[in-house]
Unconditional design. Structure first.
Length: 140
């Protein structure tokens, strides 16, 4: 099971996140709530989508022997104005640079597969998932 733990830093709304694999990140919000010292949670969500689809696109383009030189994945999300300000639309743009001639049909197939077949972030956002929340109190 994938796991991440977000621990409040004790200052405003800054949280440190640690993954089960031992890697970490920090999130914060803009003033007045936070100090704007890190990425917003919503930005992290978009970044997770871009990097997940991007990883799969790179792997598939290599498998399809396409001469990929560089790839930038731009992800933009349009949010509702009212809270909880859920994303109502997300657009992913794959900006590729080639080192030689590429096959447009294979590139389009790789990107489609990267998004719709192999990325768990894309699948979760596109199809939804059941989310439960619980509470556990500790005493010092």
């Amino acid at each position: 099971m994938a796991k991440a733990i977000a621990t409040w830093s004790g200052h405003k709304v800054k949280f440190d996140i640690e993954s089960a694999s031992g890697h970490s990140a920090t999130i914060d919000e803009a003033p007045v709530f936070g100090d704007d010292e890190a990425m917003r949670p919503t930005e992290m969500l978009l970044g997770a989508l871009g990097s997940c689809t991007g990883i799969n696109a790179v792997l598939l383009l290599k498998k399809f022997k396409q001469p990929l030189k560089s790839l930038v994945v731009e992800v933009e999300g349009e949010q509702n104005k009212d809270w909880p300000r859920a994303f109502k639309k997300i657009e992913i743009t794959f900006v590729a640079t080639w080192d030689g001639k590429h096959d447009n049909a294979l590139v389009d197939q790789a990107i489609d597969m990267a998004c719709n077949r192999y990325c768990p972030i894309h699948a979760t956002l596109a199809h939804g998932t059941q989310i439960e929340h619980h509470r556990k109190d500790t005493h010092n």
